[in-house]
Design a protein around this ligand. Structure first.
Ligand SMILES: *Cc1c(COP(=O)(O)O)cnc(C)c1O
Length: 403
């Protein structure tokens, strides 16, 4: 949090007195009541609410099956396991994502391979994917960055050609639509996250949707220590108490407390997305004519669930670095952010031998990007403050301000 009295970078009062975060949850009294009811019930770990939440997400996304997890990251790990990723298997993903999209491959002792992004959509480039395929490639993890669906048709046809599994990281894209189909119904497995900045929240939480029964069964078992309680799968049977641990799984369960919050939130998802779209329209309107910035623009027919609004700085027109502009916006009490540092730039990946310059488009994008606040609970005043602050800072640093 910024101090209320911090002066804006070029002196004077900041545009806002209080700090506006880039994202935050919207939890209302209805959500609170729903959670309280569960706290008074018999189940505070995994119980009936999980099953209901899974069924409702499956229904919403038009998927046959859904499996809830303790986080989106746990869900990705389970999906890599279900896809059969193991020692030395290569999995292709994008560097412009949260590190969990690649870490899940490392958990399974696989090797993340980074393909470059498309300059316009900022999503993984199908051409770059195809260039990175080797005999060891087993899966592709496209990320629907900012809520804009990846080129799923092209990615699916590459996957078919080379016999690869597609695990779609849709942490940003719950409620999204690709060519008329709901995100969650398209790839072999699709991951959603319910972290508080995402489209809906359960505190921590995640989900995999799939249309494949065998993935579904593997995911269920992996979530609970690799244990089965289904008699028909037993190797032995000692009696009514008996269960079998058949593989090495984890405790990746969601609680009923979280699931009920998720159910209550899911009812509001379409309204949340609508509100995000309204804010985006205000931003578009305010920024589209500024030559110092590039705003996100969808192609005809494309839809986004607008998790993030990322502007790109046109450096030639500015007398300041991205860092200076970022800091100046923070001084105005606007909670800007950067999504994302290319994953392979992180010291851990460097230690594993990953080198800079692997994905040139991703690196150029990274140096220009600033994420502006975007969440359903923003008031019109909040949106206007962001616009005012961006105008102020960009004008201050524009090379053309005196022309
Ligand atoms: C949030 C996020 C994740 C991880 O989800 P958690 O629920 O926080 O574990 C993975 N990938 C992307 C792109 C994300 O934004």
């Amino acid at each position: 949090m910024e101090s209320k009295n911090s002066l804006a970078i070029h002196g004077g009062e900041p545009v806002r007195r209080s700090y506006l975060p880039y994202g935050r949850q919207s939890i209302d009294e209805e959500d609170v009541k729903a959670v309280l009811n569960v706290l008074k019930s018999d189940y505070v770990t995994q119980g009936p609410k999980i099953i209901e939440f899974e069924q409702e997400v499956a229904q919403y996304t038009n998927a046959k099956f859904a499996v809830a997890f303790s986080s989106g990251t746990a869900a990705l790990h389970a999906a890599c396991y279900a896809a059969g990723i193991t020692n030395g298997d290569e999995v292709i993903t994008t560097p412009i994502t949260f590190s969990a999209s690649a870490n899940c491959v490392l958990y399974q002792h696989g090797v993340p391979i980074f393909a470059d992004i498309q300059e316009d959509s900022l999503n993984i480039s199908p051409q770059s994917i195809e260039q990175k395929i080797t005999k060891k490639t087993k899966a592709i993890i496209p990320v629907d960055f900012t809520g804009r669906p990846s080129n799923l048709d092209e990615i699916k046809s590459i996957a078919k050609k080379y016999d690869l599994v597609v695990i779609e990281d849709a942490a940003h894209a719950l409620g999204g639509v690709y060519k008329g189909n709901k995100i969650g119904s398209i790839s072999d497995m699709t991951m959603f996250s319910f972290h508080p900045v995402k489209q809906i929240t359960t505190g921590e939480g995640g989900m995999i949707t799939t249309n494949d029964r065998s993935y579904y069964e593997t995911l269920m078992q992996f979530r609970t220590h690799g244990i089965t309680r289904d008699r028909k799968d037993f190797q032995e049977d000692h009696g009514a108490w008996y269960y079998e641990m058949q593989t090495l799984g984890f405790n990746y369960r969601m609680t009923d407390i979280q699931a009920e919050l998720g159910r209550s939130q899911l009812k509001k998802l379409d309204d949340f997305i609508e509100k995000r779209k309204q804010i985006v329209q205000m931003y578009h309107h305010a920024f589209s004519k500024m030559k110092e910035l590039q705003i996100p623009s969808l192609k005809a027919g494309e839809q986004s669930s607008w998790h993030l609004y990322v502007i790109r700085l046109n450096k030639k027109t500015l007398s300041a670095s991205r860092k200076m502009i970022f800091d100046a916006l923070k001084k105005e009490n606007i909670g800007v952010n950067v999504h994302y540092i290319p994953v392979y730039w992180h010291p851990y990946y460097e230690k594993l031998g990953y080198k800079k310059q692997t994905c040139p488009h991703a690196e150029v994008y990274y140096e220009e990007a600033i994420t502006l606040p975007l969440f359903p609970a923003m008031s019109n005043e909040d949106v206007k403050d962001v616009i005012k602050a961006v105008n102020k800072v960009i004008f201050y640093y524009s090379k053309e301000k005196n022309v």
